[in-house]
Design a protein. Structure first.
Length: 301
């Protein structure tokens, strides 16, 4: 966990386009939705005006927040199918500074529709250009993506400047990460994508489990500083929070490890994104003098 960031009361006022951060890993069950929702809530709590976009056919991020759209609502799917600006789908949440563009059942039609659409890899980027709700200057868009590399996920990767990759500590991840890396390379070469990996985050980490330590070591050896210092520890409350339609911040009492981990991850991610200043490193405690030439007086105990 990192402890090197400042805690500004509010985000810097931005008039430019928000940064788009896709939470992606084509493997299912690695903690993408849990991370997208709780990271978005933690960023909003820091005063960063954040839009969470649900780009998964299962609409799990929307369900997580208890905001699944009905058939009559305009959701992300309708924006993509009917080429509407995303702002038409955006709704305020009960959390200050957090908006949601929810996804409903029509999402399952979008991949097929995009397959024959002109400029099919950029449909989401076009919709995003009009994402901000009226009168709101967004700082950050966090996109939750589907567990496969279909056109919806490709659209998220093309629209994003940065990718955050959750990696579950429950199995060895290298093959899947290689595929994701190759996909990003191809999208940069052939589809003009400009995204790069903001960081890999270890999820469901349990330091008592050998597999967690193995995955961590493997990842840090391979990706070094691109692996977030913050590790999201395994916590059963992450499993129960979605069925109560609550973020971990609403579900767990203060001091809980889930809250701590996502607060620390948000701080680290926001510094990497340049949205908050790193906290100046704390000065080392004055060394105790050991003799008469010492600069400091001996401290009494
Ligand atoms: N840190 C964690 N500790 C324990 N369970 C977790 C943690 N993160 C996610 N989970 C659980 O793991 C499952 C998969 O997580 P989810 O975020 O839905 O993954 P994905 O979106 O990648 O499919 C869910 O049941 C979720 O509640
Ligand atoms: Mg998911």
């Amino acid at each position: 966990m990192t402890n090197t960031e400042s805690a500004p009361g509010a985000s810097p006022a931005t008039t430019s386009a928000p940064i788009v951060l896709a939470v992606a890993n084509q493997k299912g069950g690695v903690g993408k939705t849990t991370t997208a929702v709780n990271l978005a809530a933690a960023c909003a709590a820091r005063g960063v005006r954040t839009l969470l976009v649900d780009l998964d056919i299962q609409g799990s991020a929307s369900a997580f927040l208890g905001m699944s759209p009905s058939d009559d609502d305009i959701d992300v799917a309708r924006c993509l199918l009917e080429e509407l600006p995303l702002s038409r789908a955006v709704k305020p949440t009960r959390i200050e500074n957090l908006w949601l563009a929810p996804a409903g059942e029509r999402m399952s039609l979008v991949d097929l529709h995009l397959a024959s659409a002109f400029g099919r890899e950029r449909a989401f980027e076009r919709a995003l250009a009009g994402a901000a709700p009226s009168g709101v200057a967004l700082d950050l868009v966090i996109v939750d993506t589907a567990p496969y590399l279909g056109l919806l996920t490709i659209n998220a990767l093309v629209a994003a400047q940065k990718i955050l990759v959750p990696v579950s500590c429950e199995y060895l991840p290298m093959l899947g990460l290689k595929l994701l890396g190759e996909t990003l390379d191809r999208l940069r070469e052939r589809a003009g994508a400009r995204c790069d990996v903001l960081g890999y985050v270890l999820t469901m980490h349990d330091k008592r489990e050998r597999i967690s330590l193995e995955v961590e070591q493997l990842l840090r050896n391979r990706f070094d500083a691109r692996v977030f210092a913050t590790v999201v520890r395994s916590d059963t409350q992450h499993k129960s929070a979605p069925s109560h339609r609550r973020t971990i911040f609403e579900h767990q009492s203060e001091g809980g490890r889930g809250r701590e981990d996502y607060t620390a991850l948000a701080n680290e991610a926001l510094v990497r994104l340049g949205l908050i200043e790193p906290k100046p490193a704390r000065k080392k405690a004055a060394k105790k003098s050991t003799g008469k030439h010492g600069k400091y007086k001996l401290e009494s105990k």
